[in-house]
Design a protein around this ligand. Structure first.
Ligand code: OAD
Length: 246
């Protein structure tokens, strides 16, 4: 990577894609890791419309605990490095699969980021379009109901089998359509979803670097031009420092 803020010789567009591994060192369990299970339940089975229809109390308990865990957590060195990279780059977009607010709390603006799987601190109606932002409520008590239609409210996240939020997908598409990227970093994700691999490949397709940061191999590894088998909180500050110095 040969760019730095200020007097570098060429324009740099960056795409960063993050997953649960980036928040792991802030103490937030990943989905598929060994700590992912909650009360012996597989999160992959809890994060579904079917689970909510069957047992909304249970699903809300899980999300309320996750909200509390996130509220108690602090951004780590990986979140901070990504926020710094956003300032160094000429054009920057983060696509995060994380529903926590740690990228934002590390200093990244909402304009520079797409939360493609939603926002855990949003609560929205399961029936109509009513929604509430910045809802940090995580104590027990009766399940929230929509003040407009009285249906059950649900967390503002994307569940398995649900479409991605159209507005957010459009923001990613617009960024990718405008131009390709010189630097693409994919950190802390198993890259299970086809669109994650597709976006990373599309962004780097004209000779850009595709850097994977993950202690383990993923489906994306075969396409990476650089692989960093290291924890995100160690690797990302080094990558960004290298960028800043060059
Ligand atoms: P996963 O839990 O599937 O994967 C976490 C990834 O992070 C794994 O590849 C780990 O090897 C890696 N990892 C763990 N610790 C790390 C660290 N300290 N530094 C870097 N990498 C580390 O989480 P995601 O890939 O984010 O979707 O999962 C994608 C989506 O599937 C989630 O957004 C969620 C989930 O089910 C929905 O809920 C729709």
């Amino acid at each position: 990577m040969e760019f730095a803020a200020g007097d570098r010789s060429y324009y740099v567009r960056v795409l960063v894609v993050t997953g649960a591994g980036v928040s792991a060192e802030s103490g937030i369990p990943t989905f598929r890791g060994k700590d992912g299970y909650w009360r012996n339940l597989d999160p992959i089975k809890l994060a579904t419309p079917e689970a909510f229809a069957r047992d909304p109390d249970l699903v809300w308990q899980w999300y309320r605990e996750r909200r509390q865990c996130i509220c108690n957590a602090k951004p780590n060195a990986a979140h901070k490095a990504i926020a710094k990279l956003a300032e160094l780059a000429d054009e920057f977009l983060l696509v995060t699969q994380n529903v926590d607010d740690l990228h934002e709390r590390a200093g990244l603006s909402r304009a520079g980021m797409v939360q493609i799987h939603g926002d855990i601190f949003k609560t929205r109606c399961s029936l109509c379009s009513f929604e509430r932002e910045h809802d940090y409520e995580h104590n027990g008590g009766p399940l929230p109901r929509c003040p407009r239609c009285d249906a059950l409210m649900r967390p503002g996240v994307v569940w398995f089998g649900e479409p991605l939020p159209a507005g957010e997908t459009e923001r990613v598409e617009n960024y990718l359509q405008r131009d390709s990227c010189g630097v693409v970093i994919v950190a802390g994700t198993t890259a299970t979803f086809g669109y994650i691999i597709h976006w990373a490949l599309r962004a780097s397709h004209r000779g850009g670097e595709l850097i994977e940061v993950n202690p383990e191999e993923t489906q994306l590894s075969q396409f990476a031009t650089q692989i960093v088998r290291e924890r995100a909180a160690i690797a990302l500050p080094q990558i960004v420092d290298q960028v800043a110095r060059s």
